[in-house]
Design a protein around this ligand. Structure first.
Ligand SMILES: Cc1ncc(C[n+]2csc(CCOP(=O)(O)OP(=O)(O)O)c2C)c(N)n1
Ligand SMILES: [Mg+2]
Length: 315
């Protein structure tokens, strides 16, 4: 988990710098501060399980196993990218690793994740031992989109093997949660549908791991959908370049003390899971891997107009 979190942190820090030097294109939303959720959830998934995400997707894509060079190349708009440079940061897809879709349409992938879950449930009826699941990551703002309620309803009715993972960072763009909904806890919303739900400290990766493990076991066993709400805070602005004047700087500083990556380092060292040198080696290896990914991406060619045309379906 520590390795995954450092790979995400190092990748996104580098992406932030590349955005400022104009080497990555389009709006960039970093998940800095939320790495524990991606690592704890995806760390328990198998190859056949699938994940979906939204506009803040880098961490989920990396945690599910997408290679860093191709992911970096995608953000740079190169032909060697995951989507051949056609998608960019908000449209990352890596079918080979079960990352089936990210989108800039807030809430847009929640119903799509149900499609994969329905397919899994249909396979389950005909294949002994089939227990793959579908997982969708979304923010607290997405919960107010109509697609969320529609999806929860049908997922519960059809007992679909889907885990809804809400990263509740208390903001939707520049709007605090209290200004767009009277509901404080997302996990409270799904009780009428009989969906098992839990809220967890999203900055405590071990706690996320344990809570997700419990929910995942039920979903794999065929109990129907589950929802995990992870309370967290984005340590960067909504997008790279956001002057971030709408948040209390003190609160962000307090959250920095709860940085999930450093926290897992401290916990792991205290428990003897690894020592200081091993933690340092993990951190350094992640940074080196990211530098190699940047070098690889820079050498990747630009897509041609012919390539773009060949990827258009329909006429
Ligand atoms: C359907 C739709 N409505 C509005 C927007 C504009 N928009 C982009 S991000 C965002 C806020 C999303 O908040 P949340 O789901 O909490 O995710 P976070 O950015 O906090 O991770 C909004 C409203 C959009 N992209 N799509
Ligand atoms: Mg949010």
């Amino acid at each position: 988990m520590l390795r995954t979190m450092w790979r995400i942190r190092a990748f996104e820090e580098r992406v932030g710098r590349l955005k400022r030097s104009d080497e990555v294109h389009g709006l960039i939303h970093l998940s800095t501060g939320g790495e524990g959720v991606a690592a704890a959830v995806c760390g328990q998934l198998r190859d056949g399980d699938v994940v979906y995400s939204g506009h803040r997707a880098h961490g989920h894509v990396i945690a599910k196993g997408a290679p860093l060079p191709e992911t970096m190349a995608e953000l740079m708009g190169r032909a060697g990218g995951l989507c051949r440079g056609m998608g960019g940061s908000m449209h990352l897809v890596d079918v080979a690793h079960g990352m089936l879709g990210a989108t800039g349409v807030v809430g847009g992938t929640v119903p799509a994740a149900l499609g994969s879950a329905l397919a899994a449930r249909m396979r389950r009826e005909s294949t002994e031992g089939e227990d793959t699941v579908s997982v969708v990551f979304f923010g607290d703002g997405a919960v107010q989109a109509g697609t969320f309620a529609e999806s929860v309803n049908i997922a519960a009715l059809w007992r679909l093997p889907v885990v809804l993972v809400c990263e509740n960072n208390g903001f939707a763009e520049f709007t605090p949660r209290s200004a767009h909904t009277p509901v404080e806890r997302v996990s409270d919303l799904v009780a009428p549908w009989g969906i098992t739900a839990a809220t967890v400290d999203g900055n405590d990766a071990v706690a996320v791991w344990e809570e997700f493990a419990r929910l995942l076991a039920g979903v794999r066993a065929g109990d129907g959908p589950a929802l995990l709400e992870a309370l967290t805070h984005r340590l960067r602005g909504h997008y790279e370049g956001d002057p971030d004047r709408y948040r209390d700087a003190i609160a962000t500083e307090e959250w920095q003390q709860r940085d999930p990556v450093l926290r897992l380092e401290r916990t792991g060292i205290a428990h003897g899971w690894f020592d200081t040198d091993e933690a340092k080696a993990v951190r350094e290896a992640a940074h080196a891997e990211v530098e190699d990914a940047v070098t690889w991406a820079r050498e990747s060619p630009w897509p041609t107009p012919e390539l773009a045309a060949s990827l258009v379906y329909g006429s």
